[in-house]
Design a protein around this ligand. Structure first.
Ligand code: UD1
Length: 351
């Protein structure tokens, strides 16, 4: 059996690593294709190293561009790779442009597709990731979901139940394995801090919105120090519009282990990321999500996540609640146990 994995952007790497590992020793041949959607060393290479992933067999080197240009470049460059290698099944991960583009190529070539992290829905089609999720799930033959809401969403969209396998959360597999190696926060990090990440186009690509979020962060500094590893997209915008960042502790994007350590020791995390909502829920760290919707509702119903939307006043109120020690308590969702990838491997290799 020949399994081909496709990864492209930072949040794919911690999902693919445990599946690659679980399939080692199962007697299957594995090929790893990197689309090159993320290409900076600190957005890609360092994750391969820390997650002990094999070097990609192929790098499509598509780089950045508009959604259409990036997606088209992957379609164009990935097709000959799969035509030549003819895998038995192609695994795609998460909801980035590389996920949908690879799935589309395979569907047209009648190659079997498995989608890892299927079924998540924010029900907000203005998010590019929501389009990627819905369409990838329609094309996939096997759908591996992290939680029950995923199963329900897929069934509602007409996906036959026998294609859906609830396996749990592969990203938590990486966290469980590597948490013991995640060292305490590095030099220059205050002892008590709020950790911030921001990169959603809806938050950072509009000058007024980004300005108002930065103002809110600057306002909060009286109450707590702010540590902010800045995504390249966000850094470009801050520089382009010359926005003030006062005494915020701005950092470069961090490697996996360093970021995990910062999350673990944070008083609170403020984010618009998807995966971080899940990691904080696992770690039991309060999370305030700067979005109006989430495709990961279980982090709100069971976990430590609170959606604060785009209202700075709400953010302040929720932050004050956390800093007073009144954060809501969460529990870890079922099957977020470090063994999701093993369940995926078992399903893939069972005839
Ligand atoms: C992408 C994913 C998003 C994911 C995020 C994690 C899509 C639609 N979006 O968003 O779901 O949460 O990755 O980071 O797939 N850039 C660099 N170096 C890099 C990569 C990007 O400088 O290695 C800059 C480029 O200027 C690029 C911009 O960041 O234009 C945005 O990159 P892109 O891949 O388009 O989307 P992300 O915002 O990273």
């Amino acid at each position: 059996m020949h399994i081909l994995h496709v990864v492209g952007a930072r949040p794919n790497f911690m999902k693919a690593a445990p599946v690659l590992r679980a399939l080692q020793g199962c007697g299957v041949r594995q090929t790893l294709v990197h689309t090159g959607q993320h290409y900076d060393a600190n957005m890609s290479d360092v994750f391969f190293a820390q997650l002990a992933m094999p070097a990609p067999d192929v790098n499509l080197e598509v780089g950045s561009g508009s959604h259409a240009a990036q997606t088209a470049a992957i379609l164009w460059r990935f097709e000959p790779v799969v035509e030549e290698r003819r895998p038995d099944i192609v695994l795609v991960y998460g909801d980035v442009n590389s996920t949908l583009a690879a799935a589309l190529v395979c569907a047209k070539l009648s190659l079997r597709i498995a989608h890892v992290e299927a079924g998540l829905r924010s029900f907000d089609r203005s998010m590019p990731e929501e389009i990627n999720r819905v369409l990838t799930d329609q094309l996939a033959d096997l759908l591996f979901t992290p939680s029950q809401d995923g199963d329900r969403n897929l069934q509602r969209e007409g996906i036959p139940a026998e294609r859906i396998h609830r396996v749990g959360n592969v990203m938590i597999d990486s966290l469980v394995r590597l948490l013991p190696e995640a060292q305490a926060a590095s030099n220059g990090i205050p002892s008590r801090y709020a950790l911030v990440t921001l990169h959603r186009p809806s938050n950072v690509d509009d000058e007024r919105t980004l300005k108002s979020i930065l103002h809110a962060l600057l306002d909060m500094q009286g109450a707590v120090e702010i540590v902010f590893p800045v995504h390249p997209r966000t850094r470009q915008r801050i520089e382009q519009w010359r926005l003030g960042t006062g005494k915020l502790h701005l950092l470069e994007p961090l490697p996996y282990l360093e970021f995990l350590a910062l999350q673990r020791h944070a008083a609170v995390v403020l984010t618009d990321s998807g995966g971080i909502q899940e990691e904080t829920t696992y770690l039991g760290v309060p999370c305030l999500t700067l979005r109006n919707s989430t495709e990961r509702p279980i982090t709100v119903t069971m976990g430590t996540n609170v959606l604060v939307g785009d209202d700075p006043a709400r953010l302040k109120t929720e932050l004050a609640r956390v800093l007073e020690g009144k954060a809501k308590k969460g529990t870890i969702p079922p099957l977020w146990d470090g063994h999701a990838a093993e369940r995926i491997a078992r399903i893939l290799v069972t005839p």
